[in-house]
Every structure is written in C-alpha cells, then in structure tokens.
Design a protein around this ligand. Structure first.
Ligand SMILES: [Mg+2]
Length: 143
C-alpha cells in the first residue's frame, strides 16, 4: 500500500506574499494539486484572517483544504468538524510541511523541525509551487 501522504502549508510567504491575498494562479494550483494528494493549511492567525487571505468566505476556505488549522494549529477543522492537529500523525504516514520562516526563532520552525514532518523551506508562493511539483513527482513514481 502506498504511504498515506499529505501536504501542509503555512500561509504568509508560502501560499501568499506576506499579508497579501492568494493569487488566482496559486488558488488554482492548490485545487489541481488536491486532486492528487490531500492538503492542509496551518495559519498563525485566526480563521477569519486566514479566510481573508485565501478564500471569499469560510465555507470556501474549509472546502479548499482537507484540514484547516488556525492559531498555529490550536484550532483544527476537517471539513467543518473539529480536528486536533495531533491526529494527522495517525491519519498519515508522510507529512510534508512547506513554510518560509523555518529557521530557529521563525514561526514555522517548530512544525518544520518536528520529527513527524518532512520540512521544506520556501522563498515564496512560486517556490512553493516548484517544490510541491517536485515532491509529487517522487510521490507518484512511488505510488
Ligand atoms: Mg510564513
């Protein structure tokens, strides 16, 4: 059986330019990618702020990702049901995390350095795209 794999994304500097809204291209990229592998987002701010950056409303946000985590993972949703972030390690064998502030002291460092994730440092949304495509290429060769 292939490993159950999920891609987890930071918001600012990873899916969007810092404090900006997501580009239509990046949104489409996520929709296309989600046809191949489950996706999650982990934002440092609350759900309203994450919604402002990524979707037109909360339901749209929750429908774009399999899992949505706000406040650095404190509050999680699977679709619209509550879902603790710790459950990911039971539901998936391979957890890729993409973030821009992954150095010690950065807000992505903890999840990036966690032994349960494979961490990827990105320089912005375009780089995120390239790194996701590279991960998926290896993933689908394995499958
Ligand atoms: Mg960031």
């Amino acid at each position: 059986m292939p490993p159950r794999t999920i891609l987890v994304f930071d918001v600012d500097g990873t899916l969007t330019a810092a404090r900006q809204v997501i580009s239509p291209e990046m949104r489409q990229f996520l929709l296309d990618t989600r046809k191949r592998v489950p996706l999650a987002v982990v934002g440092g701010s609350d759900l309203n702020k994450i919604t402002e950056q990524l979707a037109k409303d909360r339901n749209t946000l929750l429908s774009m990702f399999d899992y949505t985590f706000s406040e650095n993972g404190l509050l999680g949703y699977k679709g619209t049901d509550p879902y603790p972030i710790q459950y990911l390690e039971n539901d998936f064998d391979v957890i890729h995390f993409f973030g821009d502030k992954t150095s010690p002291g950065g807000n992505d460092h903890e999840i990036f350095a966690d032994t349960r994730t494979i961490g990827h440092t990105v320089s912005g949304p375009e780089d995120t795209k390239l790194q996701v495509l590279s991960v998926l290429e290896n993933y689908e060769n394995f499958v």
